[in-house]
Design a protein around this ligand. Structure first.
Ligand code: BEZ
Ligand code: FE
Length: 319
């Protein structure tokens, strides 16, 4: 598949057309016939339409039409956008979702995640959610509290020394918004390796490396060994990556650890914790960082398995 977004022509100087002649006066973007056209598209919805679609499509059509008018969208540009979306769809499989990645770099997954959390949350003390991202895997191994999600770390691995330097003990409690412990909650955790790759992206990592599930004890406590996470680039070899390039944007996410915390009767929390030391904290390629989720790892004394310590309590809301 070739380049789907054409090289865009350089804009003409203000007030002039590309041929140097004065610009033709533009119609106002929302004149009466434009509004009537948009209304006619909306009015085409029938009485038996799906109720949620009937409620939201008028707004989508109005915004789409207003956008096209505002930017004077040409047929060539619209056609390039259609090809681009088609290319995202064709590239998507059960292992890679390019259309979702496109939404991510436009901030849409993060925005929708925040809207959903606001709609469902019952208390302001709940831990904020963050996007799931494309690298979650079901059925990570269920491990005893206090064990490690790092598998087969040997000196032959190129990032062995970095892994030792970043070894971390991560622990805390799962609580209700009134501070009561939630025993039997499952903390499902995953993060990328120090080379910036999740295990399913990297043939050299063992299956389910840096993934595990931990069940909280009677005091709601969980504990595990992991690594301080590193920044990594989101996949750049498809149309979403090409768009980043055309927008002169970088592809990096700040180092983060993913969590899904769930317990019967409680609303499952999908979130991420971000390492405060990371240079990309303020410029995440997918706009998912929230202040409350930025954490500081402290030095850990007297534990040969970990140089760093993170204590973090998750607060769940009722279903
Ligand atoms: C992630 O955090 O794993 C992720 C999120 C959005 C796009 C790519 C990766
Ligand atoms: Fe991630």
């Amino acid at each position: 598949m070739g380049q789907m977004i054409p090289d865009l022509p350089l804009p003409a100087p203000a007030g002039l057309r590309m041929n140097g002649l004065p610009k033709k006066p533009q119609p106002p973007p929302q004149d009466a016939s434009a509004a009537a056209f948009t209304d006619a598209v909306i009015a085409a919805t029938g009485p038996n339409a799906n109720p949620r679609l009937a409620a939201i499509m008028p707004s989508l059509v109005r915004h789409l039409h207003a956008f096209a008018r505002e930017v004077n969208l040409t047929v060539a540009e619209w056609s390039a956008a259609v090809d681009f979306l088609n290319e995202c769809g064709k590239m998507s499989t059960d292992r890679r979702n390019e259309t979702q990645l496109l939404c991510d770099i436009l901030g849409l997954e993060s925005l929708v995640d925040s809207i959903t959390s606001t709609l469902l949350s019952t208390s302001t003390s709940e831990t904020p959610s963050a996007i799931l991202g494309p690298f979650y895997r079901h059925s990570a191994p269920l491990l005893p509290n206090g064990s490690s999600i790092i598998q087969n770390l040997s000196p032959s691995i190129p990032w062995h020394d970095q892994a030792l330097a970043d070894s971390a003990h991560v622990s805390g409690r799962v609580l209700s918004s009134s501070g009561k412990p939630i025993p039997g909650a499952v903390v499902d955790v995953w993060h990328a390796a120090p080379n910036g790759m999740y295990e399913q992206q990297d043939a050299d990592q063992p299956e389910m490396n840096f993934r595990g599930r931990f069940e909280t004890d009677q005091e709601g406590r969980y504990a595990l060994y992991a690594l301080r996470p590193v920044a990594y680039p989101i996949p750049e070899d498809g149309p979403a990556g090409r768009l980043l390039g055309l927008l002169d944007r970088h592809p990096y996410r700040p180092g983060h650890i993913h969590f899904i915390v769930s317990a019967p009767g409680w609303r499952a929390l999908t979130t991420q914790l971000y390492d405060a030391r990371d240079e990309y904290i303020g410029r995440d390629a997918v706009f998912a960082v929230k202040e409350e989720l930025v954490v500081r790892f402290e030095p850990r004394e007297g534990d040969e398995k970990a140089r760093w310590e993170l204590v973090y309590d998750f607060v769940l809301g009722r279903v």
